[in-house]
Design a binder for this molecule. Structure first.
Ligand SMILES: Cc1ncc(COP(=O)(O)O)c(C=O)c1O
Length: 321
């Protein structure tokens, strides 16, 4: 396979069948977005938004691009901007994992950190102020219609093609901007009206249920507002998961299926398991896994993973006996 640029490798991610974790009588599949070049679903959004802005003339050659991002969007935009020749500035709360900001800087981006207590709303405020002052282009992932549109044009059709002539009963996804669930969900509802679209949220930040937002550990999921890019009517049902369930499921996917993914992917799979437990026999469930576990080395996902010697070290003592 030979490609003109790295951007041509975005999308067409694999769907993998779950072998051990699915309850008996139910088939579970996961779409592994870690196969994108910067290892998250956000590569799609970044490319979709930049191509759309170029086409509309909203983004001028060499103009600086700025975005408020919890990390994956910034990493993806840093890659896209590097290829297409735009300086990129990312604004993120300092509570997000440090590997994310270092990755962006590695790709040539500049990173502005904001106080975590100001939440996503604070990141957006700083981004707007900087863009206004310097005449920079705001990608506005939470408002930009090119975001769900790109999922309607790529992620949705990929799934429909993979499941053409096959049974599919449930599609499960969390939301950050809502681009994925809205774009994919709309296509699925149109083409396969029998398939149920299931959204999922942190139990402590169940905005779709009208609850108050509380800080949660599922990075990339559910900001402290309902984004414009989220189609609130796309899901048939909403399922709540806890931080701990999400972390546990991410570990279970790694250890039992060899599928290495982040906390939100664990959360989506935890929701898919809840769906599986209630589902009719023979049901087929597909869950989106948004990113790689490698992005979480400094987060609670790896809290109990030692970096010094572990008990395998004792094996050396036995050798001396
Ligand atoms: C780790 C992670 N999971 C899930 C999502 C949700 O994707 P979307 O913005 O398409 O709703 C994002 C993006 O915000 C993310 O970074």
């Amino acid at each position: 396979m030979i490609f003109d640029t790295i951007l041509d490798t975005i999308g067409n991610t694999p769907v993998i069948k779950i072998q051990k974790l699915a309850p008996e009588g139910v088939e579970m599949y996961v779409k592994v977005e870690a196969f994108n070049p910067m290892s998250s679903v956000k590569d799609r959004l970044a490319l979709g938004i930049i191509l759309d802005a170029e086409k509309r003339g909203a983004l001028k050659p060499g103009q600086t691009v700025i975005e408020a991002t919890s990390g994956n969007t910034g990493i993806a935009l840093a890659m896209v901007c590097a290829v297409r020749g735009y300086p990129f500035v990312s604004v993120m709360a300092s509570s997000f994992s440090i590997e994310r900001r270092r990755l962006m800087r590695f790709l040539g981006a500049r990173v502005v950190l904001t106080p975590p207590e100001e939440r996503a709303t604070g990141m957006v405020r700083v981004t707007e102020a900087l863009a206004k002052k310097h005449g920079w282009f705001m990608t506005q992932q939470f408002e930009n219609e090119a975001n769900p549109a790109y999922h309607r044009n790529t992620t949705g059709p990929e799934i429909l093609q993979d499941f053409a002539d096959r049974r599919l009963d449930y599609f499960v996804s969390g939301y950050g901007t809502g681009g994925t669930i809205s774009g994919v969900g709309q296509m699925i509802r149109q083409a396969r009206p029998d398939v149920k679209v299931i959204s999922t949220e942190p139990s402590g930040a169940a905005l779709l249920e009208g609850k108050e937002w509380q800080p949660h550990k599922i990075q990339g999921w559910t900001p402290d507002f309902l984004p414009q890019t989220l189609d609130r009517n796309v899901a048939h049902q909403n399922v709540l998961v806890t931080d701990q369930e999400s972390i546990d499921c991410s570990k279970a996917l790694a250890r039992q299926e060899g599928i290495f993914c982040g906390i939100s992917a664990g959360g989506t799979f935890a929701a898919a398991l809840q769906v599986a437990q209630q589902a009719e026999p023979g049901a087929v469930i597909l869950a989106m896994l948004p990113d790689t576990g490698e992005r979480y080395l400094s987060t609670p996902l790896f809290a109990d993973i030692p970096d010094g010697p572990d008990d395998a070290q004792d094996l050396l003592d036995d050798l001396d006996d």
